[in-house]
Design a protein around this ligand. Sequence first.
Ligand code: ADP
Ligand code: MG
Length: 513
Amino acid sequence: MATQLYPEYPPDLNEAEQTYLLSNLKDWSIAHGLAVRPTASYVSAETDPSGALATTAPVTLFPSLFPRVCFEQAKSVAQAYNELYSAIASDEEWLKQTVEELVDIDDFIAELWKVHLAVKQEGYVQPLNLGLFRSDYMVHTDPTNPQSGPCVKQVEFNTIASSFGGLSSHVFGLHKHLLAIDAYPETVASINDKSLPESKSVPGLALGMAKAHEAYGPSTGGLPTCVIFLVQDPERNVFDQRHVEYELNKTHGVRTFRLPFGRVLEDTKVDSDRKLIYTPPHAPSKQFEVTLVYFRAGYSPDEYHSQRDWDGRLQIERSAAIKCPSVLTQLAGTKKAQQVLATPHSPHLKRFLPDDAQAAEVLKTFAPIYPMDESEAGKEARKLALDPETAMRYVLKPQREGGGNNVYRRAIPGFLKDTPETHWPAHILMEMIEPPAQDNVIFRNGELQKGGVICELGIYGACLWRDEGGQSGREVLENFEAGYLLRTKGSGSEEGGVAAGFGSVDSACLVDV
Ligand code: ADP
Ligand code: MG
């Protein structure tokens, strides 16, 4: 069971106090773009036929409490994680072994690998890679050693389409504003100027992209250059992406376009030097050379409707544009790769992080994860997963991103019984992290939901590296932490995705515990 780590929080508000807080929250959020497009169940298509409406993003009324030591710990390993994942993404041989265990049972992974092989055969023309990563954590306390204090354990590492960096800076701004206008009762001493850390995710992510854009250099053919945001269509979380885009325009003077994933072949072409050339549909006489393709789409098999979508993915991959991420970087972020690193006694981390001190800090953040194959560890995992009692401490994950794909606790044995055994190795089995209980109030779709919540801290990292192939072919050019995100969900829900409808965006109120 989750332990009680925090004092009573948040405070109860009387009706007048709540009205004051909420009216300020709603206005500030819309005024600053802390917003999403509404779901069809909240605002029907008949009410908003032209899709003009926006609403406040699901957000917490109060910043959730988060142990300061844990926050600092998560931030302190951000650069080591950048190093680790840039090294994995540049190690085709290691990735091949990992992917080979999946290709026969996971068509999506198999198709991604084929894209890589096709480009490899032709020869890659762009050695630069950009990672805008997000490492997600929960607070863990060791029940067998309560004296040891809390630490963070990693939920997952995202190498593609890490979202909410745009909104996160603004949730911090919102909570800070509510503090400044005395919307929080003075009795809540925990919320003060020193306890609210600023999230610099908007400038951080935009800086990562600007560095990649700059490293690409000017167009050799004399065309204007641009960065492409490759997006889903429709996209409810559009303002999250827009904040980063506008920062890139305003602070770095970079031209940007949004390209729906399904239109890659319509609106781009690869020229004889493999430059990616973009023609905006609204200005067909113009051409731009694409320096960077930033993927906010293409991570889920449902987005690939036909071979044409795979051809579009291949077109980008074989082009000279920098990819954020490349196919190999996307594959480095699979749950399988995370499992191979985090299976107890795994020797793999050393291969990528030769610095022992750095590796030790990363290792501390791993929760135990097991394969579901026929190896010794896999057999042990199968036993744990099939027994209804032990399964209660685990989550079973397929190789998917974006929320809503995992199987939790009591559902695991039944799920496995309904799944052919040959497909079990497509999953990994992970120990559940049980963060300390606390309460908060979530404002979502105009309604307040008060009760127990669970927080997940995401630390963004930006990494630009050159991969010329071979053992010594990797050179890291930029490596920095790029802000944080706190997502908070009702403790009744196993899933935490904000866009998937389970969670809310939050900011941290740091406490010394
Ligand atoms: P996705 O790629 O779908 O985001 P995640 O691995 O992040 O997959 O899992 C989705 C959600 O499930 C997380 O945001 C978290 O709320 C919950 N979750 C996943 N793994 C764990 C874990 N080991 N302990 C506790 N909760 C977990
Ligand atoms: Mg996740």
